[in-house]
Design a protein around this ligand. Structure first.
Ligand SMILES: Cc1cc2nc3c(=O)[nH]c(=O)nc-3n(C[C@H](O)[C@H](O)[C@H](O)COP(=O)(O)OP(=O)(O)OC[C@H]3O[C@@H](n4cnc5c(N)ncnc54)[C@H](O)[C@@H]3O)c2cc1C
Length: 423
């Protein structure tokens, strides 16, 4: 078959790795200019590889395959040197959270690190390129994908027997064009994660940070909404994220420069039902409302006590923000967020305080808005020769899940009887 892969990211890597030794003629179309481009692939920053059944996506990926793909990435580092660890691997910690109603997310993680990631991507590319049946086309932005009789045409010119779309989140414009033409591909687009970034002194969460780099928990709050932690940054910094027409908060940790604070996101998953079909619009409006109150390009900062009692914060006490002071306004998040979201977050923090005393201190800091958008979930069963892999399919959110998704779609071509029915 003549196969096109659109995008060279984690999912495409999994697909090619499984199919590279076959007779198929494979063309990879990537919009970035070359393998060293700063916009190519999601395998560029940090590189924490997780092996877990509980996080990374909504498809069921066998743990053995996940570990095999971790080993595949590690085998492309120069000296096979990675940091490893476990989230909630030790029973006492797991039990402490479980007892108070939290669902601890267990995972093994392998941290490759940003520097090594560059050479990993480059080494994988060199290996793939050495196969005679694999052809790379850089600076090739695919803007249209069209069904013909039994074949697929891309960019109104090239025709293939089978097309795999693996354009990640940055490929949203292409996905939007495809689903506008073929709306029957959409399975679900009703979810958005809305919440805050929480910042507190390191010493309160010192044990937790030492025990596991990343603490991921879920909690069914009394409002009925599920609340989760995301992206924990020990000794980290809160930063802004610019979406063009609105601004949100995010966090990161630096290797050398350290702060006195830890920050992590607390997100409430909102899943609404018909006739609602615009989660991105819903999240964006709430973000814009927060920006309207804070001033353009700024976010709202409030102490936890005032967040709880719905009063504007005017002064801080013992905890000071790591976000620069021209990027936030002291205010009241309650004026921008629906009550049920606020109540879910408060319930989560109060309950977490039972496990980690000091989390609910009145002077800890709350920033808003923090939002995580989900891609539309797309139906891979609808068309025999047009498949969506990785994050653009709406089914994955991590390097290993995206890679595994690509791998399984290729497995389906190589060995159809051995693959799960839905991937
Ligand atoms: C800052 C950051 C840090 C992250 N850190 C981690 C981490 O530590 N661990 C983890 O597991 N996950 C992490 N992730 C998530 C991870 O990067 C993604 O889940 C994963 O890369 C998804 O793989 P993908 O193949 O679906 O998409 P991507 O890896 O994003 O690849 C998509 C490719 O398609 C190309 N493309 C897009 N549109 C087109 C088009 N129209 N035509 C041609 N080419 C196109 C893009 O240039 C890109 O190269 C992080 C994400 C971000 C943003």
């Amino acid at each position: 078959m003549k196969i096109a892969i659109i995008g060279f990211g984690a999912a495409a890597i999994g697909f090619i790795e499984r199919i590279k030794d076959s007779e198929h003629e494979i063309h990879v179309f990537e919009k970035s200019s070359d393998i060293h481009s700063s916009s190519i692939s999601g395998i560029r920053a940090d590189g924490k590889l997780f092996v877990s059944k509980d996080m990374g996506g909504d498809i069921d990926i066998d743990l053995v395959l996940q570990k095999k793909l971790v080993d595949f990435y590690i085998s492309h580092t120069e000296n096979k040197n990675v940091e490893t660890g476990q989230s909630f691997g030790k029973t006492p910690y797991f039990n402490k959270f479980y007892e108070k109603g939290f669902q601890p997310i267990t995972s093994d993680f392998y941290h490759i690190g940003t520097d090594q990631l560059k050479e990993v991507l480059s080494n994988i590319y060199e290996n793939f390129k050495s196969h005679k049946n694999i052809h790379f086309h850089f600076s090739y932005n695919v803007t249209t994908v069209e069904k013909l009789n039994g074949q697929i045409k891309i960019n109104d010119s090239e025709i293939f027997d089978y097309v795999v779309v693996g354009v990640g989140r940055s490929g949203h414009p292409l996905i939007k064009t495809i689903i506008k033409k073929y709306p029957e591909l959409i399975l679900d687009n009703t979810k958005v994660d809305l919440g805050i970034r929480f910042e507190l002194p390191n010493h309160i969460v010192e044990d937790l940070n030492r025990e596991m780099y990343e603490f991921k928990i879920r909690y069914k709050s009394r409002t009925g909404y599920t609340v989760r932690t995301f992206c924990n940054n020990p000794s980290g910094f809160v930063v802004l994220e610019n979406y063009g027409d609105f601004t949100t908060v995010n966090g990161h940790a630096k290797l050398k420069e350290k702060s006195q604070n830890t920050n992590f996101a607390i997100l409430v998953t909102i899943q609404l039902t018909e006739p609602f079909n615009d989660p991105t619009g819903y999240g964006s409006y709430i973000a814009k409302m927060s920006n309207l109150l804070a001033g353009e390009g700024k976010v709202i900062l409030q102490t936890y006590h005032h967040f709880k009692t719905s009063k504007r914060t005017k002064n801080l006490y013992r905890v000071f923000p790591t976000l620069e002071n021209d990027k936030y306004i002291l205010g009241d998040i309650n004026l921008a967020f629906p009550r049920r979201i606020i109540e879910s977050i408060i319930d989560f923090i109060e309950q977490l305080n039972e496990v980690v005393p000091g989390i609910a201190n009145p002077d800890n800091l709350v920033y808003a808005p923090e939002i995580k958008f989900y891609s539309n979930s797309l139906n891979n069963d609808l068309l025999q020769n047009l498949k969506f892999i990785g994050d653009c399919s709406g089914h994955t959110r991590s390097i290993i899940y995206a890679t595994a998704h690509g791998y399984l779609i290729a497995e389906n071509i190589m060995n159809p009887s051995q693959t799960p029915a839905t991937i």
